[in-house]
Design a binder for this molecule. Structure first.
Ligand code: SAM
Length: 241
């Protein structure tokens, strides 16, 4: 890899994104904070600079190939964002996005608040709580244009954590690795129960590492029924199968 920043700029261009020097500086500051805080808490197993740029930053930006994020008033909720993936890279690349991050681990929310402050990001709200509880609040229920989740749970359970946040007419983009057919098959019933429909599955490959990725694109067709999400812990323990 050439310089990771230059590499990201070229790869982002392939995704239809032109990153400015200021945005590249934000990615670099994010990288520094990630590595610094990772010494005090468990944020990521990937710390080598080029690998972070490819497996975290670039991988997060691929959501742009599933959803048009250019709209000035677009709202995005990232569920189980951990150290900020995919929402922080997306926010850096699309400054007009209005982002809400939900994570059940307070330490990670503290890290994200620091990232938001140090990078000077506007319109990012980091919420500490279980998705099952936050999705019951009127400010968050059936509200978002785009909902994202990467590496949180298998799709059948994940649908119940994420779809209640999407507005009818909005979408959920679930970022997955390889071998997803079984997960897709077992998620059908949950889609039906949660007023959603599978639209498309996009296959991608990381440019250098070459590992396979999938974006599962789901359309929310109607408001979430009162019964969902069930009590915190239940969706992942007893998924809608
Ligand atoms: N999305 C990030 C990524 O791809 O690097 C983080 C993935 S990490 C494996 C899963 C994250 O989901 C953790 O930060 C965890 O605290 C959060 N999480 C798990 N269950 C959750 C729930 N029910 N509500 C909110 N966050 C949850």
């Amino acid at each position: 890899m050439t310089d990771p920043q230059m590499w990201l700029q070229i790869q982002a261009h392939e995704l239809g994104l032109e990153l400015t020097d200021d945005q590249l500086a934000q990615f670099e500051r994010y990288y520094e904070l990630l590595v610094e805080w990772n010494e005090k808490m468990n944020l990521t197993g990937i710390t080598e600079r080029a690998a972070v740029y490819e497996k975290h930053f670039y991988d997060s930006l691929t959501v742009a190939s599933a959803a048009d994020l250019n709209d000035e008033v677009l709202t995005l909720a990232d569920i189980g964002s951990g150290a900020g993936f995919p929402s922080i890279p997306l926010k850096i690349a699309y400054p007009s996005l209005k982002v809400t991050i939900v994570d059940s681990l307070a330490k990670r929310i503290r890290f994200l608040d620091e990232v938001v402050s140090q990078l000077g990001l506007k319109d990012v709200t980091c919420v500490h709580g279980r998705a099952e509880d936050i999705a019951r609040l009127p400010d968050h229920r059936d509200q978002y244009d785009v909902v994202t989740a990467r590496a949180v749970a298998r799709l059948a359970g994940l649908n119940e954590l994420c779809l209640p946040f999407a507005k009818p007419g909005g979408m959920f983009v679930s970022m997955k690795g390889s071998d997803i057919q079984e997960e897709l098959d077992e998620s059908r019933y949950s889609l039906d129960k949660l007023g959603a429909k599978l639209m498309e599955v996009k296959r991608l490959e990381l440019p250098i590492e070459k590992s396979e990725r999938h974006l599962v694109i789901i359309a929310k067709t109607s408001a979430t029924a009162k019964a969902y999400p069930r009590k915190a812990g239940v969706p992942l323990k007893t998924p809608l199968l």
